[in-house]
Write a protein that binds this ligand. Structure first.
Ligand code: SF4
Length: 311
């Protein structure tokens, strides 16, 4: 992408600082194009978690929302993990409360409690497993049980139940990502298809079932990217946060890829930008700081989940 001069200058400054601090930048697929372009690695939550385990650097700058930065800190207890704006939070994650977890543990003590990665870090420490949208169905299938509890996304819970045949209880019943629930809804899928007749829709499992029904593929952001060259030619509409389209167009410059809904923007994801990345590298702040006990327990839950999911 060709950027205005002031953006190019900022990008150069960030890259120099990154080298001086021996830092790496990990960026989520929903980040701004210029942030993706200064990052060492761009991916979905699972890819970033795996990358964080092998990264060789003193400092990690995490460009994404807070629970993701905290997960990276949990996996890298001896590294400095910077989150340029801790106010970048996930509205879905914040729908799950300690009271929900306490109550469900009391009511169903023997049912596996699976937390979607988009959940508060302290509550992950109380879960049996942690999954991402790319690993949820795989983990549930491998557990070999009749019933699980999945928190906090009701649409992901519904999708996992659909593909695995396992009973999946959503906790809380109303948990959802407002961007996917409201802006990747059936209304917007139909609207996009009337504008681009015959287009192929690839959609994220956080979208509601009636929207997913119109898609040719459902998957996490990395699975959506992988599906693009597999669904045949013509226009491809990506049913998720609009930031993924930049990455997709970079990977497949000759394909006609469009966001299903260009106003599906996660404003929290966009709170991370070049200016606060630069400032965090200069000051080595704000750092992710959570209790070592919580981070240790979260690391154990994530590692056990990755072990069950397999490579
Ligand atoms: Fe959370 Fe939705 Fe934003 Fe993803 S897009 S970070 S689930 S609010």
């Amino acid at each position: 992408m060709s950027y205005p001069n002031y953006v190019r200058k900022l990008m150069e400054e960030v890259l120099k600082l990154k080298e001086r601090r021996k830092a790496v930048i990990l960026a989520h697929n929903y980040q701004l194009p210029e942030v993706q372009d200064v990052a060492d690695f761009v991916g979905d939550s699972l890819e970033l978690a795996r990358k964080a385990l092998t990264v060789d650097a003193d400092v990690i700058v995490f460009a994404g929302v807070s629970f993701m930065a905290e997960m990276v800190a949990a996996l890298n207890p001896d590294k400095v993990v910077l989150h340029p704006d801790p106010r970048a939070r996930c509205l879905l994650a914040d729908m799950l409360t300690p009271e929900h977890v306490r109550r469900v543990r009391e009511e169903s003590p023997n049912t596996p409690l699976i937390l979607y990665v988009n959940s508060p870090t302290e509550l992950k420490a109380l879960a049996d497993y942690v999954v991402t949208s790319s690993s949820a169905a795989k983990l549930v299938s491998k557990l070999g049980v009749d019933e699980v509890i999945l928190a906090p996304d009701k649409n992901l819970a519904d999708y996992v139940a659909q593909v695995t045949g396992v009973k999946v209880k959503a906790l809380p019943k109303y948990g959802h990502c407002p961007i996917h629930e409201n802006l990747i809804s059936r209304y917007y899928v139909e609207k996009a298809l009337s504008k681009y007749p015959g287009a192929k829709v690839i959609i994220h499992p956080e979208a509601p079932r009636d929207a997913r029904e119109l898609a040719v593929r459902v998957g996490s952001t990395s699975q959506m990217l992988k599906a693009i060259p597999e669904v045949g030619g013509g226009t491809i509409l990506l049913g998720t946060e609009e930031g993924l389209t930049y990455r997709a167009r970079k990977l497949y410059p000759n394909l006609d890829i469009k966001p299903l809904n260009p106003i599906a923007v996660c404003t929290d994801m966009k709170k991370i930008h070049l200016l606060n990345i630069k400032e965090s590298l200069e000051k080595l702040r704000p750092r992710v700081e959570l209790s070592r006990d919580v981070l240790k327990r979260v690391k154990e839950v994530i590692e056990e989940s990755l072990r069950v999911i397999g490579k």
